[in-house]
Design a protein around this ligand. Structure first.
Ligand code: PEP
Ligand code: MN
Length: 361
């Protein structure tokens, strides 16, 4: 990974020639596991070593972290390597213990950002600190909740702030553990252009084979860094085994990722263009995805109509849809002609799908 991009605020102080990389295991498990991973990541593009000490697990009975003893291992990482350290804090006591043990970066997890009470408690415990504090997005795709978390921390005079995009949960099963919904971090980046935005492809994907592509998309969207889970023996990890990668794989990914250069005017233009095109690609994917889903539902309706022996074309319903969409399109700056043309095409395709069902044996 090579880049001359200028970073903002606290990130500038690292003087990096590439985006910031935070890496390490999902959870600190044993002292030797922590030390082995840290030594393998040392002297690579990784600046900050991450390890969860207190793990917020969705269901009880799973490994919930080693607790405060892990903080001693993180101190050892600092003394034996060039890495800074990071861990998740979820209450005032975690904040106190982490600061007492000289942890450099504290992050607030997705399950904490959802709760204004917890964020407020953490913000007050951190009041005035010069530690770096990173706020993950809440588990649900709620922009205001994320912004609210940032505002609470701002109000507690925390200057060294960063954001982590880790995707959003959905009831529906998708190829991602947490869908990226890129437009949300993009919107947050627009609102707070001076706060670095880091992408966590590990928690977005939930599986290691998607990490490279997600990281590349984040860099194409001008994210400032990556947080990636790495374990010496990923399959045996005590938490999030499927999404962790070995330090070797991580280092290879860092080498293969392309970072767009912002230094030269021409490059800046290309960069902006690339970022906008990536946003268009993401939207195009979701348009096709929605159209595919719409046709599937249409087919189900075809099935129902078949059992009741009802005609495929229901003029009244179709005119209602068209009028509604023209109104809605208008409010988004789309012309009546455009919406009519698109909806006629969608309707046509829908009829073809329904007829296929109705005429099937
Ligand atoms: C983690 O980083 O290990 C973690 C628990 O992440 P999240 O809060 O994004 O689920
Ligand atoms: Mn994890």
């Amino acid at each position: 990974m090579k880049n001359n991009k200028k970073m903002k605020d606290w990130l500038n102080n690292f003087n990096l020639s590439h985006p910031l990389v935070i890496a390490g295991p999902c959870s600190a498990e044993t002292e030797s596991q922590v030390m082995k991973i840290a030594h393998e990541l040392n002297n690579s593009d990784v600046t900050i070593f991450r390890a969860g000490i207190w793990k917020p697990r969705t269901r009880p009975g799973m490994f919930e972290g080693v607790g405060a003893i892990g903080l001693k291992w993180l101190q050892k990482v600092k003394s034996e390597t060039n890495l800074l350290t990071a861990t998740e804090v979820a209450n005032a006591n975690h904040v106190k213990l982490a600061i007492d043990h000289d942890v450099d970066v504290l992050w607030i997890g997705a399950r904490s950002t959802v709760s204004p009470f917890i964020i407020q408690e953490i913000a007050e415990a951190l009041d005035g600190t010069d530690k770096i504090v990173l706020v993950k997005n809440p588990v649900n795709p709620d922009l205001s909740l994320w912004l609210g978390g940032v505002e609470r921390l701002y109000n507690s005079n925390i200057k060294n702030l960063g954001l982590i995009h880790r995707g959003f949960s959905t009831y529906e099963k998708t190829k991602y553990r947490n869908i990226p919904e890129w437009q949300i971090p993009i919107e947050v980046k627009n609102r707070f252009p001076d706060i670095p935005m880091i992408c966590d492809p590990s928690h977005i994907s939930g599986r290691r084979d998607l990490i490279f592509d997600l990281s590349q998309t984040a860099l194409d969207l001008n994210f400032d860094g990556l947080m990636i889970e790495s374990h010496i023996n990923p399959d045996e990890a005590w938490s999030d085994a499927k999404q962790q990668i070995t330090p070797k794989t991580l280092i290879k990914i860092m080498k293969d990722l392309k970072v767009r250069n912002e230094l030269v005017e021409e490059e800046k233009y290309k960069n902006e263009l690339y970022s906008l095109r990536t946003q268009i690609d993401i939207i195009d994917h979701s348009i096709l995805d929605s159209l595919g889903k719409r046709m599937k539902i249409s087919e189900e309706i075809g099935g129902l109509k078949k059992t009741k022996n009802v005609a495929v074309l229901q003029n009244k319903r179709w005119n209602e849809i068209l009028d509604k969409m023209i109104d809605e399109g208008n409010s988004k700056g789309l012309t009546r002609e455009f919406i009519s043309r698109i909806y006629k095409a969608i309707h046509q395709e829908s009829i073809i799908h329904q007829e296929k069902i109705i005429n099937s044996k």
